[in-house]
Design a protein around this ligand. Structure first.
Ligand SMILES: NC(=O)c1ccc[n+]([C@@H]2O[C@H](COP(=O)([O-])OP(=O)(O)OC[C@H]3O[C@@H](n4cnc5c(N)ncnc54)[C@H](OP(=O)(O)O)[C@@H]3O)[C@@H](O)[C@H]2O)c1
Length: 259
């Protein structure tokens, strides 16, 4: 073994040419961006969500993206999604991005609403990860990138999102457990914990002046994130550039969790 290893250009390290990627929740927000970034890095991307019209628009805008309708809480839909990836050669990259949150004080939240959050944000992610890992481990390689949240690492107060925080905390833990369990089969599992980024999910917060000022005051970098500021973390964890990284959660949060 040498200290330098084989020479590679920086762009080669994140080249995804010939890879098949699945991105859930690609009909809006961060998932839409993730699908475009992976496609521009050379991957064929199955863009999955329930709003198929949005996915078709996305596929028309960016080469390399194929729309696929999927409700991640529906087991049959998840199996069909991974089966479609098999037809394309097998899933190399899975980005578990689909997510949902409800802002409610815990004292006012029903158990049904708590369960719904866990269903979308954790159980569906677990199911898709298992389906993908079966296929990846047969080929001895694969990268799963889970989209967690800073609210899985620290409390959300004064924002009232305890169910969402519990779900994202579970995503962080599941990322470690699955990574350790699958490490020897070549399947890497990592997570990104975004801070505050503009999307449908955060529109109420980021469109509100006082909430935006609160985010600015509490973020060491003084502002919310820009969608493109997640590109580097995604490409690192999804590509050969992250070949020896597994079980990690990378906060991309302008310093929010460093305080
Ligand atoms: N924006 C932020 O500041 C931020 C911060 C931390 C973490 N995150 C995480 O980032 C991820 C993306 O969120 P976003 O901010 O981009 O919000 P968003 O714009 O609301 O996107 C959520 C996506 O999830 C999909 N989705 C929801 N339920 C689904 C289901 N049952 N089946 C399939 N797809 C489903 C939606 O698609 P359809 O409705 O078309 O199905 C949509 O594409 C989430 O996991 C979120 O928790 C976001």
């Amino acid at each position: 073994m040498t200290a330098t290893g084989p020479a590679q250009t920086p762009s080669h390290v994140i080249d995804l040419t010939g890879r098949v990627a699945v991105v859930t929740g690609a009909s809006s927000g961060l998932g839409r961006r993730f699908a475009v970034v992976l496609a521009r890095a050379g991957a064929t991307v199955l863009a999955a969500a329930r709003r198929e019209d949005r996915l078709k628009e996305l596929a028309a805008e960016q080469d390399g993206i194929l729309p696929h309708r999927c409700d991640v809480t529906d087991e049959t839909d998840c199996m069909a999604l991974i089966a479609r990836a098999e037809e394309l050669g097998g899933v190399d990259i899975l980005v578990n991005n689909a997510g949902w949150a409800e802002s409610l004080p815990a004292l006012e939240q029903s158990v049904a609403s708590f369960r719904k959050t866990l269903d979308i944000d954790v159980t569906a992610l677990f199911q898709l990860s298992v389906l993908a890992a079966r296929s990846m481990s047969q080929r001895g390689a694969g990268a799963i990138v889970n989209i967690a949240s800073i609210l899985g690492l620290v409390a959300s107060a004064p924002v009232t999102q305890s169910a969402y925080g519990a779900a994202k905390g579970a995503v962080v833990s599941l990322t470690r457990h699955l990574a350790a369990e699958w490490a020897r089969s070549g399947v890497r599992v990592n997570a990104i914990a975004p801070g505050w980024f503009p999307s449908e999910l955060t529109a109420d917060m980021l469109d509100d002046d006082s909430a935006r000022r609160w985010i600015g005051r509490n973020t060491p970098m003084g502002r919310p994130g820009r969608p493109e500021e997640l590109d580097g973390a995604l490409l690192l964890l999804a590509s050969p550039g992250g070949a020896y990284i597994t079980g990690q959660t990378l906060a991309v949060d302008g310093g929010w969790t460093a305080r």
